[in-house]
Design a protein around this ligand. Structure first.
Ligand code: 4NP
Length: 170
């Protein structure tokens, strides 16, 4: 099980979830991880954001299919607006989690050598499909979106256990 990169500073630990468009996958991970972090009482310790390596959808609401999948599972998707993940953002983040290997390569291309270890595949924390990708559901059918949520939920549970164990020490 991988550990977390060390905090850059004593403030909130910044976790950024990254996909291509920031309208389908990383917004679902953002909403679920934000909810899990709050449930764990870590909302003063961890900051969750998401972005896309592409900028076409900046300012857009979440894809309606991702939003509907979240609503059906009891989450609120309405606050999301798509953002572009760039090198400046990477230099401020503590942990960057990419949804697939293509996103991963795109983010690594932005990374200074000292920040490479802060970039991990989200699926590295997936307890069921360790090292697996969250497949892009954009051009597929509804099952792609329920698969994204299932992967995201189990992975966020594992991730929050890491955050609680490694960031909250007294
Ligand atoms: P996401 O999905 O990376 O999970 O947000 C996509 C969203 C938009 C596009 C591709 C994937 N697109 O080609 O516009």
């Amino acid at each position: 099980m991988p550990g977390l990169p060390p905090p850059r500073h004593s403030g909130e630990y910044s976790v950024v979830l990254v996909c291509l468009g920031n309208i389908c996958r990383s917004p679902v991970a953002d909403v679920v991880l934000t909810a899990r972090v709050a449930e764990a009482g870590l909302d003063d310790v961890v900051r969750v954001d998401s972005g896309g390596t592409g900028s076409w959808h900046v300012g857009d609401v979440m894809d309606t299919r991702s939003a509907a999948t979240l609503v059906a599972a009891g989450y609120d998707p309405d606050r999301h607006r798509a953002r572009h993940f760039d090198g400046d953002w990477l230099r401020r983040a503590d942990l960057v989690l990419t949804m697939d290997r293509s996103n991963h390569a795109d983010v690594l291309a932005l990374a200074a050598p000292e920040d490479v270890a802060r970039v991990r595949l989200f699926g590295d924390f997936d307890p069921t499909d360790v090292g697996g990708e969250v497949p892009d559901p954009y051009y597929g059918g509804p099952s792609g979106f329920t698969d994204v949520l299932a992967r995201v939920e189990r992975t966020c549970d594992r991730l929050v256990a890491h955050l609680a164990a490694e960031l909250v020490r007294s």
